[in-house]
Design a protein around this ligand. Structure first.
Ligand code: AMP
Length: 281
């Protein structure tokens, strides 16, 4: 695996690969890698061409600065996992490489409605930051295929919209399934921060999503939502939202709508740690 830190170096390296006829697959991450990230790298490799993974903890997408400071970092272990997965290139830039003229000088895109609901509403400015960094990374890596995890459902929608807004018509966005722990907890870098006690109840988020899915047709969503809220609070969670939405538009639904593609989404804090998950219903 080639490890490149400077924008010029990776541009030069990938240009050489491109002129030799290689396609480029790209997996952007913030590091503290786990099997969820590695499943994206594996899919990327299986699709052929050169596999590129980036690790960059993007300051502009953290609306909560203490979340940024406490975000887990483990580059050595990450390199080991990427080597095992057979990743071809690791891009490991500094903030000054990604934002050479400062963060404020970067263009930002308007994602409209997506910025006003769920993650957009609870994390003001978050998707602007995601848009900035992904646009910059795409400009540098110029991939043919981009691999994203459906664990970040709304982020996938935002990045697809970014590709539209920036005219990247040729870019193929590949959405990969959420990898879970045996108790259903979606793998996440943030899980590393859970105490033993918090970890022992964290699978409840997925259980709630499954119950939202299972109770379709037998109970109104408001009733299931309240049950989930009560259960989660009883175990020490503070839910930020327990929502049902149109799977294609993320329009919020007050109740199940038979025949409509739907997704259930939950964000909740346990202690200081904020977890999100979703399930197509
Ligand atoms: P992050 O490092 O959290 O920014 O995530 C980088 C990429 O990995 C994003 O596209 C995520 O959606 C994806 N990802 C994170 N967790 C998982 C998971 N449990 N399963 C599959 N993909 C994931």
């Amino acid at each position: 695996m080639v490890i490149l830190k400077r924008v010029n170096d990776i541009e030069e390296y990938l240009n050489l690969k491109r002129v030799k006829g290689n396609q480029i697959g790209f997996v952007p991450t913030m590091g503290a890698l786990h099997s969820g990230h590695i499943s994206l790298v594996e899919r990327c490799k299986a699709d052929g061409g050169v596999s590129v993974c980036s690790i960059f903890v993007n300051p502009t997408q953290f609306n909560d600065k203490s979340d940024l400071e406490k975000y887990p970092r483990s580059v050595e272990g990450d390199i080991e996992l990427l080597l095992q997965a057979g990743c071809d290139v690791l891009f490991l830039p500094d903030v000054s490489d990604i934002y050479p003229d400062g963060e404020a000088a970067m263009p930002s895109w308007d994602f409209g409605y997506l910025e006003t609901v769920l993650e957009g509403a609870t994390r003001p400015g978050h998707f602007r930051g995601v848009g900035q960094v992904v646009a910059r990374l795409l400009q540098v890596v110029q991939p043919d295929r981009l691999y994203l995890g459906s664990k970040d459902y709304q982020q996938c929608m935002v990045i697809k919209k970014l590709a539209e807004l920036t005219g990247m018509k040729e870019l193929r966005v590949v959405i990969c399934p959420t990898q879970r722990e045996p108790d259903g907890l979606a793998m996440s870098s943030r899980n590393r921060r859970l105490s033993e006690g918090q970890r022992s109840v964290a699978g409840l988020i997925y259980q709630c999503l499954v119950s939202i899915q299972a109770k379709q047709g037998s109970a109104p969503f408001a009733v299931v939502q309240k049950e989930c809220d009560d259960l989660m609070r009883a175990k020490g969670f503070v839910p930020e939202y327990i929502a049902l939405a149109h799977a294609d538009t993320l329009e919020l639904l007050e109740d199940y709508k038979p025949g409509t593609p739907m997704v259930a989404l939950i964000a909740a804090k346990i202690g200081e740690i904020r977890l999100i998950d979703n399930l197509v219903v």
